[in-house]
Design a protein around this ligand. Structure first.
Ligand SMILES: Nc1ncnc2c1ncn2[C@@H]1O[C@H](COP(=O)(O)OP(=O)(O)O)[C@@H](O)[C@H]1O
Ligand SMILES: CC(=O)OP(=O)(O)O
Ligand SMILES: [Mg+2]
Length: 405
């Protein structure tokens, strides 16, 4: 990616609009410094929380209703303006947006115009929790300053290299193609950044190493990355397939849907909500936060233990699968909220896998070190690592590379 360039504006505002939250960061790409970060969560609920943190000041926190993503972004723009960093500031180069679904059309970061907006909108049915929020972020940022370039960076882009045998579902080809039914994969910005950063941690070039990346946040996915190219990933046509997540089921037999509709008296929308919002860890034990689950499990709570065990079993299944897909694995990497912070999850994920060359040094695993680090013992054949993801920095880097002077 581009080196620092000092001529012309170099600041990029990054927006990561989720289903009920907006995370934002203002970065100066001349030195990759962060000028401000913020989070608006519980959008659309009775009261939202907005935390805005300037680089050189105390966090400012407000609780009040925020109706939608447009209002959240306006509130973020107000906070930035209060520090002289508003969207009309001449130092601001562009806004970079995380867009979750880019279908097959978008394999690169893209400057948004009306045709790109329309294409993102056409993909909304394939990512109903995410794309509409991403669109609202783009439209609002554009309205706040129509002259600023808006750049979309797609979660799916890194996965457009999936070989056809990994991207295809084994269903009738004509039907699948008519309805764009195939595996697209998500969290690609994170998988790309983390796999590259892991190669650097190993002191090797990205095209030399095979890596399994486990992105374990609220949404969770695994990726098999061979020499810098993604060859398999656990999310599919939508971000519902694969690993057990905070509120999403991950893999289920599709016949569960027929059964619940035909015999369970449930409408399709109810089943959709069940699998996306009332399943996963939350469905199994009532909590979607791994911190709570670990605390409850340690206190002897059986439902929390079951939730943990189902989560780990699925994770181990994917580790084994991607081991076979890659043939040779140089590193297994944990990232995102759970992956970076939950040592018991990492320990359980690789326990007893010594015959695959996978082992963890418990001292390194439980150390409270920050930043990219190895947690495998020196003798292990496969490096096990924790590499914090930074989707915002990656989006800013790609945005700057596209529109920087
Ligand atoms: N110290 C911790 N131990 C265990 N889990 C943690 C810890 N800190 C954060 N998490 C988990 O990380 C999740 C959020 O991860 P994050 O990557 O921020 O998700 P997202 O970007 O999808 O919102 C929380 O739901 C929580 O379960
Ligand atoms: C694609 C996806 O699942 O994103 P998130 O983890 O932010 O919900
Ligand atoms: Mg995330």
């Amino acid at each position: 990616m581009s080196a620092a360039r000092t001529d012309g504006p170099s600041r990029v505002l990054v927006l990561n609009s989720g289903s009920s939250s907006v995370k934002y960061q203002l970065l100066d790409m001349a030195d990759r410094s962060r000028l401000a970060t913020g989070l608006v969560e519980r959008i659309g609920e009775r009261s939202a929380r907005h935390v805005h943190t300037p680089a050189d000041g105390e966090p400012r926190e407000r609780e009040r209703p925020v109706a939608d993503h447009a209002e959240a972004l306006e509130a973020a723009a107000d906070e930035l303006a209060a520090d002289g960093l508003g969207l009309d500031s001449p130092e601001l180069l562009a806004v970079g947006h995380r867009v979750v679904h880019g279908g097959r059309r978008f394999s690169e970061p893209t400057v948004v115009d009306d045709s790109v907006l329309a294409a993102i909108e056409r993909l909304s049915p394939l990512a109903p929790l995410h794309n509409p929020a991403n669109l609202e972020g783009i439209r609002t940022a554009r309205a706040l300053n129509p002259r600023l370039p808006q750049v979309a960076v797609f979660d799916t882009a890194f996965h457009t290299t999936l070989p056809e045998h990994a991207a295809r579902y084994a269903i009738d080809v004509a039907t699948a193609d008519a309805h764009r039914v195939r595996r697209y994969g998500f969290h690609g910005t994170s998988h790309a950044y983390v796999s590259r950063r892991t190669a650097a941690l190993l002191g090797r070039a990205p095209d030399e190493v095979n890596v399994i990346v486990l992105h374990l946040g609220n949404g969770a996915s695994a990726a098999a990355v061979a020499g810098g190219r993604c060859v398999d990933t656990s999310m599919g046509m939508t971000p519902l397939e694969g690993l057990v997540m905070g509120t999403r089921s991950g893999d289920v037999d599709p016949a569960v849907v027929f059964h619940l509709a035909r015999n369970g008296g449930m409408a399709l929308d109810d089943i959709d909500r069940l699998l996306n919002q009332r399943s996963g860890l939350a469905g199994l034990c009532g909590d979607n936060d791994m911190r709570e689950i670990l605390a409850r499990r340690d206190a002897g709570d059986e439902r929390a233990r079951l939730a943990f065990d189902v989560y780990i079993h699925r994770l181990r299944r994917y580790i084994g699968a991607y081991y076979a897909v890659l043939g040779r694995v140089d590193a297994l990497v944990f990232t995102a909220g759970v992956g970076e912070n939950a040592a018991p999850v990492r320990a359980a994920a690789v326990a007893g896998l010594g015959s695959l060359g996978l082992a963890i040094d418990e001292g390194l695993n439980s150390a409270r070190t920050r930043g990219p680090r190895l947690i495998s013992p020196e003798y292990a054949r496969v490096a096990v690592a924790v590499v914090p993801t930074d989707e915002e920095l990656e989006i800013a880097t790609q945005t700057f590379a596209l529109v920087g002077s």
